[in-house]
Design a protein around this ligand. Structure first.
Ligand SMILES: [Ca+2]
Length: 316
């Protein structure tokens, strides 16, 4: 008995230690599961918070708050032919501009001296064509025409017509180049990329501001990696990313036209015409029938513009 009871004791001890050990491992497993569960919940919370934040960032990035709003300072003003219904403007180095003008029976391509405004060479177009956007690529000037898909190529030296071409835009409004490809507008909200050899459209982007189409994209210029577009019937220039068509900002030039009217130039039409001197980083703007061409510098606007302001000013 004693031996039995003696034997039993350790066996009881073993059994109670087994019980304790199984309880401990049960607790351990329970705690482990609990911690795994808590970790999963915490991880889910972190993912949720970051997900929401990144969505918010995306929303902010497409909101007007992230855009640049620039006013301007006049650095220089030059004479401009007040009969020039400016539709295309290009800086060609050496204080020389090329300009395309519109209106039936009056359309032309011109070589113009920047400082005097003197027209040095003028190519008058056929009466049935209404000149529109113009750009310079190498030795050749390319021009599109209103209400047609016909364009012309001229020799920059003498403005002799070299070729006639057709393009795939709905209409011909604006042209620009980064030196490799052409950018085109046709009065819609689409910015086209065009192969300068085949003149076929290779890409296009619909330009939107605050969810609305930016229609009437008109005269264009490629400036420092951006496309700038006059918006027809407004005093606004839209700054657009050529890579994905997103809006980068607005340049507001209302007081430029208003200043001319206040000075007595009542016959002027809208702002149209942007040219860029990439060597000296000079920006030139003018308008249809404007007696002046301005060199401007941008300054961040001191006034805050909300979406409604911009829609009213820049989206006709
Ligand atoms: Ca231009």
């Amino acid at each position: 008995m004693s031996s039995k009871s003696f034997k039993k004791k350790p066996s009881r001890k073993r059994s109670s230690s087994k019980f304790a050990s199984s309880m401990a491992s049960f607790k351990y497993l329970y705690l482990r599961k609990f911690f795994i569960l808590v970790s999963i919940i915490l991880l889910a919370c972190v993912i949720l918070v970051f997900g929401v934040s990144s969505n918010t960032w995306n929303e902010i990035s497409s909101d007007s708050n992230s855009l640049k709003f620039d006013g301007y300072e006049i650095v220089n003003e030059f004479p401009h032919d007040p009969r020039a219904f400016t539709q295309g403007l290009v800086y060609a180095g050496n204080d020389t501009l090329f300009e395309s003008t519109g209106l039936y029976r009056q359309s032309s391509v011109r070589k113009v001296a920047l400082r005097t405004g003197k027209v040095e060479i003028l190519h008058k177009m056929a009466d049935s064509y209404f000149g529109e956007g113009l750009t310079l690529l190498g030795e050749r000037l390319l021009q599109v025409t209103w209400l047609t898909q016909i364009g012309f190529i001229y020799d920059r030296k003498n403005l002799q017509k070299l070729e006639r071409f057709t393009h795939q835009m709905e209409d011909g409004w604006g042209l620009a180049t980064d030196g490799k490809i052409l950018y085109g507008s046709d009065g819609t909200s689409t910015l086209y990329q065009i192969d300068p050899q085949t003149l076929k459209v290779t890409r296009k982007h619909v330009i939107k501001f605050n969810g609305q189409d930016v229609r009437y994209l008109n005269e264009l210029e490629y400036i420092n990696g951006e496309i700038w577009a006059n918006v027809w019937q407004t005093d606004c220039i839209a700054r657009i990313s050529p890579n994905n068509g997103t809006m980068l900002g607005w340049i507001l030039l209302h007081t430029l036209r208003e200043g001319l009217i206040a000075a007595g130039y009542n016959g002027i039409d809208v702002l149209n015409g942007i040219a860029w001197d990439s060597n000296s980083n000079r920006i030139f703007v003018t308008g249809k029938l404007w007696p002046k061409l301005y060199e401007i510098k941008l300054h961040p606007s001191r006034k805050h513009f909300n979406n409604g302001d911009i829609e009213q000013l820049c989206l006709p």
